[in-house]
Design a protein around this ligand. Structure first.
Ligand SMILES: [Zn+2]
Ligand SMILES: [Zn+2]
Length: 462
């Protein structure tokens, strides 16, 4: 049986950040001489090829060579806790987890950015004068290692070998090894992976429209209106500034230990959907025509959440045919062509946004003629677009390959990793150049929107 490799059909599902080899782009566009030598990589969990899974990578800072065994233990603690937490628990098969052992000359972290301590990424507490804000000083060094060793990474987490309480979001989620580290890591991954805001009042400078933070207090218009009244979701003003509201009083984005609230959970699952496909392969594939005999079996191999919330529907000539991952079709002697379709959608209760579900319904269609299978296609309603290069220095190019927009209108917006909107414009041509040299280095989102929904891309400004 010919199995379809993902590369055969990924051009039709460009939902995720295009998995370009960052390392070669790096050399090509910046001509940097990379000093990073390869460090040992541990596999914590491997569920499938890197381009078909969400690849999460742990990095170490402030561990001396002989302390790297301890780093591995610290990673295991965070990873075990990560998969105990909804919704990562349900989607654990969607993740690959790796750990890169990066040794430092000295142990721990600086207590203040002005202190002297020689660690690989220069992590320091008291960033911006906030004692528990623990931030790596050298993000470029982290990117250097990631693009060289795990170019397809989706999320990176830095573990800093210091027992003082601390952490930070940003594209590189960071935590210390305080006993609460596994919880801190989850909270920071909430920021970093899904663009969630803090639900405690972090200060004026952090207040921004986000999936779980808003100035909209109208119950019909608030972003989380689908959840109002359920699971403790409401419209709760921040005491410190009543202009801003949060969806829950006791979410992990406010305090450590409780679960993510329903609104944050939905945002995380949407992000998981955006970075993965529920189909691993289908057969017959779309590589070459297949001779059809009197009976033909159609197969789809699914990537299943636990419990399995995938909803699958098969149709033969528009008629429902009960099946899950395989369907036997008998050729009708007096019919020249037959059409076989399979639709799959993740019907999880964690998503109430119907537009999102519509956008994440995948279809595979086969057309069988009297002699052969002439066509096998797969698609969904997404806009097919590409954002490159990545990382970028001066200009990022947005290319539209195709879109199902009825009006032909595509809107685009640029926001920073915290969700602050920086720029909004209409895409008027197939290829748009967006100058970014004025942006501060860091991670950014580009969102392309039509009447059916949107696709997002992350890029890193060097
Ligand atoms: Zn936070
Ligand atoms: Zn929340």
């Amino acid at each position: 049986m010919a199995k379809t490799t993902h590369t055969d059909w990924s051009p039709r599902f460009p939902l995720r950040l295009p998995k370009t080899n960052w390392y070669s782009l790096f050399l090509l566009f910046f001509g940097l001489s990379l000093s990073a030598q390869p460090f040992p990589v541990d596999t914590i969990q491997w569920t499938g090829p890197a381009d078909q899974r969400i690849d999460m990578v742990f990095l170490s800072d402030g561990y001396q060579q002989e302390e790297l065994e301890q780093f591995r233990n610290d990673v295991d603690k965070v990873a075990t806790h990560f998969f105990k937490q909804t919704p990562f628990r349900e989607y654990r098969n969607y993740f690959n987890l790796l750990a890169i052992r990066v040794p430092s000359k000295q142990s721990g972290a600086k207590k203040d950015p002005a202190d002297e301590l020689d660690t690989y990424f220069g992590s320091s507490y008291n960033f911006a004068g906030i004692e528990r804000l623990l931030v790596p000083g050298n993000l470029i060094a982290a990117l250097d290692i990631l693009v060289e060793q795990v170019p397809l990474f989706d999320q990176a987490v830095l573990i800093v070998n210091d027992s003082k309480y601390g952490g930070s979001g940003g594209w590189l989620a960071t935590t210390s090894v305080h006993p609460s580290a596994p919880e801190i890591a989850l909270h920071e991954i909430g920021h970093s992976f899904a663009g969630l805001a803090d639900e405690y009042w972090a200060g004026e400078e952090f207040a921004a429209e986000s999936p779980n933070m808003s100035k909209e207090t109208d119950p019909d218009l608030v972003r989380w209106h689908n959840w109002l009244g359920d699971e403790g979701i409401g419209i709760y003003p921040h005491q410190e500034n009543q202009m801003w509201v949060r969806p829950h009083q006791n979410c992990k984005m406010r305090v450590l230990n409780p679960d993510f609230c329903a609104v944050c959970r939905e945002t995380l699952v949407k992000r998981i959907h955006a970075l993965s496909y529920p189909v691993i392969w289908f057969d017959p594939d779309n590589k070459e025509p297949v001779m059809v005999s009197d009976t033909q079996t159609y197969r789809v191999n699914f990537l299943e959440p636990i419990p399995n919330t995938l909803k699958v529907n098969w149709f033969v000539d528009q008629h429902t045919s009960p099946a899950y991952n395989s369907l036997l079709v008998e050729r009708s002697p007096n019919q020249d062509t037959m059409s076989i379709q399979m639709f799959v959608v993740d019907s999880t209760n964690y998503i109430r946004d119907l537009v999102h579900l519509q956008n994440h319904t995948f279809e595979i269609a086969w057309l069988q003629t009297s002699e052969e299978l002439t066509k096998a296609q797969s698609w969904n309603k997404h806009i097919h677009a590409n954002v490159s290069p990545n990382p970028v220095d001066e200009v990022v190019y947005i290319s539209i390959e195709s879109s199902n927009s009825l009006s032909g209108k595509l809107e685009c917006d640029l926001s920073d990793i915290e969700g602050n909107l920086l720029l909004q414009f209409d895409l008027k041509s197939e290829r748009t150049a967006l100058p970014v040299s004025h942006l501060v280095p860091g991670s950014y989102w580009i969102r392309i929107k039509d009447e059916f929904g949107h696709v997002t891309f992350r890029f890193i400004k060097m």
